[in-house]
Design a protein around this ligand. Structure first.
Ligand SMILES: NC(=O)c1ccc[n+]([C@@H]2O[C@H](COP(=O)([O-])OP(=O)(O)OC[C@H]3O[C@@H](n4cnc5c(N)ncnc54)[C@H](OP(=O)(O)O)[C@@H]3O)[C@@H](O)[C@H]2O)c1
Length: 257
């Protein structure tokens, strides 16, 4: 039995589907069970239950350390043997995964078998552009020409499947990226080709007031880092784990736009 937290979200929902397709018994954690369709092999729960392996995901934001600690503690009490924590890419300048470090350290000190996944920016973040694209509005771009190794969430989930179901990735930290570096204007160019519309972006240097107050410092630091090229990182960790290269942003866009 594998317990997936964050099961209604981007990574968790992909992970549940991939685990079930592999024939695994899955328990999905959500605060609202009505959001998850019943499927063979799937149990839905609002509380952490006994499971051999747990996928640990906290929603983005400053509450990550507390949610990680609470979920991990309950998983240990319930008898889990293995934990796979979804973190975020770490950069030499720090900044992008500060909220995840306490959870990473707790997982490493837990006594369980562990794997830490540090994905870079998800391709699916650009789904937030859909309304602007439909309305033919210009996409605001706080990252300037800063490039990132945009990753397909399905690849993050596929790596999690391997880490949850085998011992081969115990004690490993993987930085998960796509195969190429892309700026926001370059992503928009792919989306223009995929949707057959001309999608334009406008450079808006980031400022605190662009973000909700509770995340403003962290979000501004992250945006400035990306803008300066500090997250221009591509790794071969997806290929090392899956034995195939990661999907491109273009391929993701063709499936999702
Ligand atoms: N977006 C990116 O580019 C990116 C890049 C790297 C890392 N990350 C990391 O990825 C994580 C987010 O993953 P995602 O995008 O797949 O998530 P998501 O789509 O935003 O979904 C969030 C999930 O968290 C659950 N959740 C909300 N509040 C919770 C709570 N108090 N306790 C337990 N679960 C709760 C939600 O479940 P219910 O509402 O059903 O309860 C939902 O399934 C964050 O930790 C973020 O730092 C994101």
């Amino acid at each position: 039995m594998i317990l997936v937290t964050g099961a209604t979200g981007t990574i968790g929902s992909a992970l549940v589907g991939q685990l079930l397709a592999r024939g695994e018994e899955v328990t999905a954690l959500t605060r609202d069970p009505a959001r998850i369709e019943p499927r063979p092999g799937l149990t839905v729960t609002t509380e952490i239950r006994k499971a051999s392996a747990v996928f640990l995901l906290a929603p983005a934001g400053p509450a990550i350390p507390g949610i990680d600690r609470a979920l991990l503690g309950r998983a240990i009490e319930a008898g889990a043997e293995r934990v796979v924590k979804l973190s975020a890419i770490a950069t030499p300048e720090a900044g992008l995964n500060i909220w995840h470090r306490p959870g990473e350290e707790a997982v490493q000190a837990s006594g369980l078998s562990w794997t830490i996944l540090r994905p870079t920016t998800f391709a699916s973040n650009t789904l937030a552009w859909r309304d602007d694209i439909r309305a033919r509005r210009t996409i605001p771009n706080i990252f300037g020409e800063g490039r990132q190794g945009i990753v397909d969430p399905a690849d993050v989930a596929a790596v999690a499947v391997e880490a949850l179901t085998t011992t081969a990735h115990d004690g490993r930290i993987y930085t998960l990226t796509g195969p190429e570096l892309l700026s926001v204007p370059e992503q928009a160019a792919h989306l223009s080709a995929v949707t057959g519309t001309t999608i334009t972006t406008v450079d808006i240097p980031p400022a605190r007031e662009h973000f909700p107050a509770e995340i403003a410092d962290m979000a501004l630091a992250g945006a400035l880092l990306v803008r300066a090229g500090g997250n221009a990182i591509v790794t071969d960790d997806v290929e090392k784990v899956l034995g195939r290269g990661p999907g491109t942003y273009r391929a993701w866009a063709e499936k999702n736009f």
